[in-house]
Write a protein that binds this ligand. Structure first.
Ligand code: SF4
Length: 521
């Protein structure tokens, strides 16, 4: 597959990796300060090969270093493993692995085994009165993997398999007992790892030997950001695979019933489902989606007449955020008469690189403008509504901005924002689209708005690309600021709000009857 075409790297994933690397750097610096001469860091970067790092790590372990940061374990020639770990801690005549991760590793509760950062040893741990373990299966599997590498080079700590994790809050080390039967079916992390690793080796061995493949693609959520999607999409489309129209777990269950293709699914009679259909699967919808896919239809109407709440004065809203760093742009498109405010698009934006306090200023200006429009509409005897597409993101940053910038000039209180969110004036078009249509290729705005006749001016418009443009627009990588990318982002945001407007106007018009009705398929 070396020469197979791959999708470009997912910028959201790249940003998460960069944030995680920064988090690790910060924790590493803090620990280095705490442990002084007991701290050893394995060099990395240009000019340092993996083999160099593996040799340095082995040397440090043989020398008995107390803490080894940024370790690269020697390859395991027998087991076929390789890997790195943030921290190795000397304990019980060997080493314990510790991960530094940028997600939560505990929840409020009791009973997690934790030790302070200043004493990152299981012997210094206690049953935490304020935290319970958040399982984080991937962390546990990574720890078992590192332990296997340590065993392979004779450097694993003696005793029960144990590994640590320093999470987002970075205030304690959580210790996982990797031999505790905490996994489904009473399995342990060690047993789960061995089973999964064995599977992966078998799949890789079969591929290397060009034998019958032991793994086949099946569309799941991860496909969206997977570089292999062009390969898998081609294979799935060729096979007319059932996962193209139902969720991953439903596809697995349907295959087990012998329903492997979209054609076989479309041929089912939902009134007489075969025994064993997964309980969560809405078979009638799945059959219609299969028929729509076969007929090359993007959408099918579930209802005769969509119910789209409209108003005299209408505002379409779209927010642009950058990872977890903040919401840098609130775009709004005003339509409707009589409030002495020009119709059209306006942007409330900060171009200071996030995170920045200037975000409070742009958010406050947006909120003030929106509240003013609503008040003036009501004062003039008009109805008012604001629309977005998938309120989860907007609501998160509306409430989050009220919390983060509480007390800043013009920033509304959380209660005021929540009242607006709960009101009839805030309409989520994504929910209405979900109630109105079955969509064979997803319900994203970029998929559904073109059905309503809307097209983005920028052929490369996408959420992923907007993250790249933002980096350039504020010079995030140390490069010069690119003003053209700011204009591009503004145009992209304007098109997003105009897309929502076009969509709801189309759904309220007679043209909606041209969309095939579910009962007619
Ligand atoms: S099936 Fe999806 S997640 Fe798996 S390799 Fe293919 S594209 Fe990636």
């Amino acid at each position: 597959m070396v020469d197979a075409p791959r999708a470009p790297a997912d910028p959201a994933g790249q940003q998460r990796s960069a944030d995680a690397a920064e988090h690790r750097r910060r924790i590493g610096a803090e620990l280095a300060r705490l442990f002084g001469s007991d701290w050893m860091e394995i060099p990395a970067g240009p000019g340092v090969s993996n083999a160099d790092r593996e040799r340095a790590t082995l040397g440090a372990m043989r020398a008995g270093a107390r803490f080894i940061w940024n370790a690269a374990l020697p390859r395991d020639p027998v087991g076929g493993r390789r890997g790195r770990i943030d921290l190795l801690v000397r304990a019980n005549e060997g080493y314990l692995p510790v991960l530094v991760v940028r997600h939560k590793v505990t929840d409020p509760g009791t009973g997690a085994r934790t030790s302070p950062l200043s004493d990152p040893q299981p012997t210094g741990s206690r049953s935490d009165p304020l935290r319970k373990v958040r399982a984080q299966p991937r962390d546990q599997l990574r720890l078992v993997h590192t332990r296997a590498l340590l065993q392979a080079c004779g450097q694993a700590a003696i005793g029960r398999a144990t590994g640590g994790a320093i999470g987002l809050d970075a205030d304690v080390v959580l210790w996982h007992d990797l031999e505790a039967p905490t996994w489904p079916g009473g399995r342990t992390a060690v047993a789960e790892y061995e089973s999964r690793f064995g599977d992966r080796l078998a799949i890789a061995d079969a591929a290397a030997a060009q034998a019958q493949p032991l793994a086949q693609p099946s569309r799941i959520m991860d496909c969206r950001s997977c570089p292999w999607w062009p390969v898998c999409e081609h294979a799935l489309t060729e096979a007319r695979d059932v996962s193209l129209v139902v969720r991953g777990e439903d596809a697995t269950a349907l295959r087990a019933l012998g329903i492997r293709t979209v054609d076989e699914l479309a041929a089912l009679n939902p009134a007489t489902p075969p025994p064993g259909v997964p309980p969560g699967l809405l078979l009638a919808d799945a059959v219609v989606l299969a028929k729509a896919w076969l007929a090359n239809l993007l959408v099918v109407r579930r209802v005769l007449e969509p119910d789209v709440p409209r108003a005299d004065v209408e505002v379409d809203v779209d927010m642009e955020s950058f990872g977890e760093s903040g919401a840098y742009l609130w775009g709004a498109q005003l339509s409707g008469p009589g409030i002495d405010e020009p119709a059209g698009y306006r942007a409330f934006v900060t171009w200071d690189p996030l995170p920045t306090r200037d975000e409070a200023r742009s958010f406050a200006e947006f909120w003030r403008w929106l509240s003013n429009v609503a008040s003036r509409a009501h004062a003039a005897g008009h109805t008012f509504r604001a629309y977005c597409y998938n309120e989860l993101a907007e609501n998160r940053w509306l409430l989050g901005s009220a919390d983060r910038f509480a007390g800043e000039p013009g920033v509304p209180g959380r209660r005021e924002v929540q009242k607006f969110i709960d009101s009839d004036a805030w309409v989520d078009m994504f929910r209405i689209v979900s109630d109105t249509f079955l969509c064979a290729k997803g319900k994203g705005l970029k998929t559904i708005a073109p059905v309503a006749g809307f097209h983005w001016r920028d052929a490369e418009a996408s959420g992923e690309n907007s993250m790249r443009w933002y980096r350039d627009a504020v010079g995030l990588d140390g490069d010069p600021v690119r003003l053209d990318q700011r204009q591009r982002l503004l145009a992209y945001n304007e098109d997003d709000v105009r897309a929502t407007q076009t969509l709801r106007e189309w759904m309220s018009s007679p043209a909606i009857r041209d969309v095939p009705y579910i009962g007619d398929l």
